[in-house]
Design a protein. Structure first.
Length: 417
């Protein structure tokens, strides 16, 4: 049997869902297929998807080439018009067994070339399909999908639908199984993680889920949460930050900008001072807390003064790990109709933000020298600290185990132990 090949573009959630698709396709007996799980977060992401599709078709001239993911959901007509593409399936359909059963060799010619339904009508998320994925040391668990917010630059709600949560009991049982398989760290993932629970009975908060996991899975050494919206952080999550050493001191913040007027034009729900206050409060509760952040450079109408406020935010919030996005318009979003910033200015501002990020990384690395860290080994020579900083070793360490070591120096953006 010629097993299907999968290519994943974009976020951790896509990577998680690719693992689920592999299981579904395998169970359905799908053969001689190439599946591209696309991202739609920027216009550049869609361009990359098209380039990858053309390359994969050249490499696999006789395969059924299936395109799915967020770009397939938001613009299926674009992809089915490509001569390289055999089928386009939506984000809901890709997680359903019946879709893959229809891709089996004897049925594939009978299914519709485009299977993309209205994502806004979906009320459940398929978080129970697989027991996480990742390296042997770290597993990612999807607890939420979709987003109820409508930031003016963002196409993702149209690719993912409205927010849906996986019930806490399902999440806890999943994590118990992962710990039983030997995983030492679990990362909770979602599209808008801090909205977890809003659609469940009694409307629990993310902090309630975190506390419940740590209480009911006492053998889990490390729990990590991925990107959060700081304005939505609840009291229990702050309490967990303060009192639970098994919750890792690293938070990735969806900040997007540092100027109040631009934040309003983005339709964000926080202001600059909210971001600064949250980072100060979290560091008071947990002095070793480190922050990553998403920041967009060159959002429409952004002046040099607006941009300077983003640049200053890097220090004001003590941000360490920056994800810098040069703004690119997404057709169908309100921001695409706003007055654009010159492309050269966008590129230059993104470069300045990345440079500011590098300065913060080097400062963080220097602060760690001489300290002792508990390092989760991803391979025999590299692991990560509690703050997700890479650590290189000169001798082999036990893979997927947590080792205690003193930091002796740094090289590039890695620590040395």
């Amino acid at each position: 049997m010629n097993a299907p090949k999968f290519t994943t573009l974009g976020c951790r959630l896509n990577a998680y869902e690719t693992e689920a698709m592999k299981e579904l396709a395998g169970a359905a007996g799908v053969e001689n297929a190439v599946v591209v799980n696309t991202c739609a977060v920027t216009a550049e992401a869609v361009r990359k998807a098209k380039k990858e599709i053309r390359k994969l078709r050249r490499e696999n001239p006789d395969a059924t080439l299936i395109v799915t993911g967020c770009a397939a959901q938001t613009e299926p007509e674009t992809f089915i018009a490509m001569p390289e593409v055999s089928k386009v399936i939506g984000n809901t359909e890709k997680m359903q067994a019946e879709t893959w059963n229809g891709m089996a060799p004897d049925l594939i010619g009978q299914t519709e070339p485009v299977q993309v339904d209205d994502i806004m009508s979906v009320t459940e998320t398929a978080g129970h399909l697989i027991d996480g994925f990742g390296t042997r040391s770290r597993a990612y668990v999807q607890v939420q999908n979709g987003c109820d917010h409508r930031c003016t630059f963002c196409i993702i709600p149209y690719g993912r639908g409205n927010s849906r949560s996986v019930p806490a009991g399902v999440v806890v049982e999943q994590i118990k199984r992962l710990v039983g398989k030997g995983y030492n760290e679990v990362v909770l993932t979602g599209v808008d993680l801090t909205s977890w629970g809003a659609d469940l009975p009694a409307e629990p908060k993310l902090g309630d889920l975190v506390m419940r996991i740590l209480k009911l899975v006492p053998d889990l050494p490390r729990l990590r949460i991925s990107s959060i919206d700081s304005i939505e952080v609840d009291e229990n999550l702050m309490q967990a930050i303060a009192t639970e050493p098994r919750l890792m001191p690293h938070l990735h913040l969806s900040l997007q900008h540092g100027d109040d007027l631009i934040l309003k034009r983005m339709k964000r729900r926080h202001l600059r001072d909210d971001a600064i206050k949250f980072s100060e409060d979290a560091r008071k509760l947990r002095p070793d807390m480190t922050f990553g952040a998403d920041i967009i450079a060159g959002f429409p109408t952004e002046t040099e003064a607006h941009f300077e406020n983003s640049l200053k935010l890097v220090d004001d919030c003590a941000l360490t790990w920056l994800h810098v996005f040069p703004y690119s318009p997404r057709q169908g979003t309100p921001a695409a109709r706003m007055p654009a910033v010159n492309g050269k200015d966008i590129k230059a501002r993104a470069a300045r933000l990345r440079e500011a990020g590098k300065v913060r990384v080097y400062a963080h690395l220097n602060e760690q020298i001489g300290k002792t860290h508990h390092i989760l080994m991803e391979n025999p020579r590299m692991g990560r600290t509690e703050q997700f900083t890479e650590v290189a070793f000169d001798t082999d360490q036990p893979e997927s185990q947590i080792v205690t070591a003193e930091i002796t120096g740094s090289r590039g953006d890695q620590l040395i132990a």
